[in-house]
Design a protein around this ligand. Structure first.
Ligand code: NAD
Ligand SMILES: O=C(O)C(=O)C[C@@H](O)[C@H](O)[C@H](O)COP(=O)(O)O
Ligand code: ZN
Length: 367
């Protein structure tokens, strides 16, 4: 088992990573927890809930709250139903929510844990590759009126229990989605992670291999290093948002058609293009090589059913922005992100140019 620790402002917490770790759940949890509510979704319930309940072996009084799978569950309506369930279960500050699932379950359950009784115990048990990102660092949230994560909080978990065995039931789309956040971590902070990830996936992927486990741990370390230095995103944590200004806007327009990671991948390509074409950066990266990989991995690349106007309007709700300007994450080099102020008119021009050229297949690297 690999154990990492995270220092948050309010407390330190442990990340325990291993294949099959769910079967040891009772041993891993803090014995002082008086009551547990497991929040999960219907897919994860089907595969892993029984194992977890069996492992708990009645050590903790436990109830289960199951949400419909998908981004639609990150809503104020689902949040309210969950809070009402917590009330009915008479949860107290000595109780804990255990989020068993991907980023949707973690974000919703975490926001409920952050706000019920002004904060109760919160354990993350990520079940997707993507959730190596979402389960660490304490960003918890729901969406409102198509604006991603606009109602939320910073609420670091008290523990993260990551069972890599659960990746075996992920479909290709969810694997792709999670790999995108790993690529992001490589691009912003770890050139070797980026290179190794592209090589590993080219050679055929065994998600249960020790090679993949090491890549995942390196990716977790990138996230961990950053959130420990800037938990509330006042400076360098904004780099973790690389690709998300455009990505979140696309995700909101194409809700339920494309995953978070698929949209972030296109958002990163846009940001790489701006970095290279408009600011003359990135002479150490072949965008073409990345696009070849992206195509091989079957990321959906179609942008012709969305307008630059729709994207621009949603990008205005990006939480990094100031009132008048976009604060856009660019890369000077791989591993050297920075924040660039871009005014609305300039961003509109960039989007128009990029999306027109993209849709007309004018980029050499698309060929
Ligand atoms: N809080 C953060 O820092 C942070 C970081 C990144 C992303 N996010 C958020 O995370 C969400 C995306 O998370 P996600 O990609 O994990 O999506 P998800 O939680 O919707 O899970 C994806 C799909 O896979 C299914 N699933 C989950 N685990 C499975 C397993 N082991 N086997 C089979 N199926 C499984 C789910 O039921 C769902 O249908 C987005 O809402 C995004 O905004 C948050
Ligand atoms: O941890 C962070 O900080 C991130 O930005 C990680 C992102 O991958 C994640 O999608 C996050 O939820 C985006 O946050 P938001 O503040 O842009 O909603
Ligand atoms: Zn993300």
């Amino acid at each position: 088992m690999i154990e990492l620790s995270v220092t948050a402002a309010s407390h330190n917490y442990r990340i325990s990573i291993d294949a099959g770790i769910r079967h040891k759940l009772a041993e891993l949890l803090d014995p002082s927890i008086e009551k547990l509510v497991i929040v999960t979704d219907e897919h994860v319930q089907k595969y892993y809930l029984d194992d977890c309940l069996h492992a708990l072996n009645s050590s903790f009084p436990t109830d289960v709250y199951v949400i419909p799978p998908g981004e639609q569950s990150k809503s104020l309506e689902e949040y309210k139903s969950l809070q009402q369930f917590l009330l009915r279960q008479r949860m107290t500050r000595k109780s804990a929510i255990l989020a068993l699932g991907g980023g949707v379950v973690g974000d919703l359950a975490g926001f409920a844990a952050a706000t019920y009784a002004r904060g109760i115990g919160f354990i993350q048990m990520p079940s997707t590759i993507l959730a190596h990102d979402s389960s660490i660092g304490g960003k918890v949230a729901v969406n409102l009126d198509g604006k991603k994560n606009i109602i939320g909080s910073f609420y670091p978990p008290h523990q993260v229990i990551f069972d890599l065995d659960m990746f075996q039931t992920l479909n290709d789309q969810e694997i792709r989605s999670g790999l995108a956040e790993m690529v992001k971590h490589g691009l912003i902070a770890d050139r070797r992670l980026y290179d190794d990830l592209l090589t590993f996936t080219r050679m055929g992927m065994d998600l249960s291999s020790s090679d993949f486990k090491h890549l995942l741990v390196r990716s977790i370390q990138v996230k961990n290093n950053i959130v420990q230095l800037d938990e509330k995103e006042t400076n360098i944590r904004q780099f973790l948002n690389f690709g998300h200004s455009f990505g979140h806007a696309l995700e909101a327009v194409r809700m339920n058609e494309r995953t978070h990671g698929e949209c972030v991948m296109l958002g990163m390509i846009f940001a790489l293009w701006v970095s290279n074409e408009k600011f003359n950066h990135l002479n150490d990266l072949s965008i073409q090589e990345l696009i070849h990989w992206v195509k091989k991995m079957d990321y959906p690349l179609n942008l012709d059913n969305v307008t630059s106007e729709e994207i621009l309007n949603l990008m205005k709700f990006d939480k990094k922005n100031t009132r008048d300007d976009f604060q856009f994450v660019l890369l000077e080099q791989v591993g050297k992100p920075y924040l660039q102020k871009i005014d609305v008119n300039t961003m509109e021009n960039y989007l128009n140019e990029f999306m027109t050229k993209w849709n007309q297949g004018e980029f050499n690297w698309l060929k």
